[in-house]
Design a protein around this ligand. Structure first.
Ligand code: EPZ
Length: 416
């Protein structure tokens, strides 16, 4: 079992470059199943989750080649409509292959994705949207069997702006007969990047990034190459890490507009940041005032940055209140931070964080991807050397994390 060994207390200097967005490239790889011609994706991060998605579409008949951060995908023939259980169970995001497979082949079998550490993660809104487009959904020994004799455009109101449901419905509607309206759609930047990709392939999607998305079905798609947007959650995690350790770092390859909620809360805490070229420069001494955080769907404060922000506030002056409204169990990092001396109390869906002088090193375990990022931040500010286990969670969403952090002066070593 690999672990990170991190010695805290050093301020960070230099430039750190953000990779392409995991949560954009995953649905875009699935969307490439809609097209019988070759697709090229640039800035596709080399992450565990991306490799799993590549294995899923390969099992369905597509060819995938990686050359650095470029993926060449060719779904010339889809000769299988069943996403392999062992891959889907590894990564629930595989569920977004349902929409494109249904659109291209009229049939998909996929195991109902399990929950994960942060919640039960149901897919009822995905299925309700696909049924509205004319699909028939059956449960067969733990497998979802979804088929249609021809998808037809529909007006779909989402009970909740679910990111995955919006993506699945958008991709199924992209080849449906007629027009589809998705109301109360998710507005995340990754939804916009997926819509941009669909349109670059010849799709007709309008309104992505707002709560109403308008999709006109087309008969086929053509070759294109697409550059994946920068990962706003990776960028936000690094901004918080530098704010916590102190120093002077340029976080490069950032679309500041995608990080407005985070930047607003960090500035409220007293962090100094300025836009510089295609990045954000952050400098400071590592101590700030506490603020309150409530996670919301975009453009609210992103749930994926709740854990890293909480780690950042463990040493702030004052008390911060965190409320997690998106997932029902996303405070697992709290127990690990408390092992390092943090003063945090959970009350239902809220956590009260009382700032302390300094965290102490302690052996801790990452329970999920963003909890892992929070523990890296905590270890970089703590007194002593911290061992973090469960780092395969971190490798799911942070490309070359120890290389990138070492390059700006962090003392982090991966030990097998
Ligand atoms: C996406 O997950 C992201 N994953 C998550 O990032 C992110 O936290 C989440 O959106 C919210 O922004 C990818 O894009 C691969 P949802 P997704 O559907 O699509 C419930 C990370 O760390 N729900 O918007 O699964 C669900 O249980 C990951 O990178 C239903 O009840 O998020 C959750 O409580 C973690 N029924 C809430 O809605 C449904 O049919 C939001 O889920 C669908 C969702």
């Amino acid at each position: 079992m690999s672990k990170f060994s991190i010695t805290g207390g050093k301020s960070l200097e230099g430039t750190i470059t953000v990779s392409g967005a995991k949560n954009a490239v995953l649905p875009i790889i699935a969307a490439s199943l809609l097209c019988a011609e070759p697709i090229q994706l640039d800035d596709a991060p080399d992450l565990l989750d991306v490799n799993v998605m590549n294995q899923v579409i390969s099992a369905l008949g597509a060819t995938v080649e990686r050359n650095g951060s470029t993926l060449k995908i060719h779904a010339h023939e889809i000769d299988c409509i069943e996403a392999p259980y062992d891959l889907v169970s590894q990564m629930r995001a595989s569920i977004v292959t349902m929409g494109p497979l249904l659109a291209r082949k009229g049939h998909v079998r996929i195991s109902h994705p399990g929950g994960c550490a942060i919640g039960s993660r149901p897919i009822n809104w995905h299925l309700k949207g696909l049924e509205a487009l004319g699909a028939e959904v059956k449960m067969d020994h733990g497998f979802l069997d979804v088929s249609s004799k021809g998808l037809r455009g529909a007006r779909i109101y989402l009970d909740y702006p679910s990111v995955g449901a919006t993506e699945n419905i958008m991709m199924a509607a992209a080849m449906a007969h007629g027009t589809t309206l998705i109301e109360n759609a998710a507005q995340e930047p990754e939804i916009v990047d997926l819509a941009t990709f669909l349109n670059e392939m010849g799709g007709k999607v309008r309104g992505a990034g707002t709560s109403i998305i308008h999709i006109e079905g087309v008969r086929e798609f053509h070759s294109t190459s697409h550059t994946v947007i920068p990962d706003r959650i990776e960028a936000g995690s690094y901004l918080l890490i530098v704010a916590a350790t102190g120093g002077d770092v340029l976080v490069q390859n950032v679309i500041a507009d995608h990080l407005k909620p985070l930047i607003a809360k960090m500035e409220e805490a007293g962090v100094r940041m300025i836009e510089e070229g295609d990045g954000i420069r952050i400098s400071g001494d590592g101590v700030y005032n506490a603020v309150d955080i409530k996670t919301q769907v975009h453009p609210g404060f992103p749930t994926d940055l709740q854990a890293p922000f909480m780690a950042f506030l463990t040493r702030a002056n004052g008390t911060g209140l965190f409320t997690e409204t998106v997932f029902e169990n996303r405070f697992m990092h709290v127990d690990e931070l408390k092992r390092m001396g943090a003063d945090i109390k959970i009350e239902g869906r809220s956590a009260i964080v009382q700032g302390i002088q300094r965290l102490n090193a302690a052996p801790v375990t990452a329970t999920d991807l963003r909890a892992g990022a929070a523990l890296i931040l905590a270890a970089l500010t703590a007194e002593g050397t911290t061992a973090i286990r469960g780092i395969h969670h971190i490798d799911r969403g942070y490309e070359k994390v120890e290389e990138k952090l070492s390059r700006i002066g962090a003392d982090i070593v991966r030990e097998d």
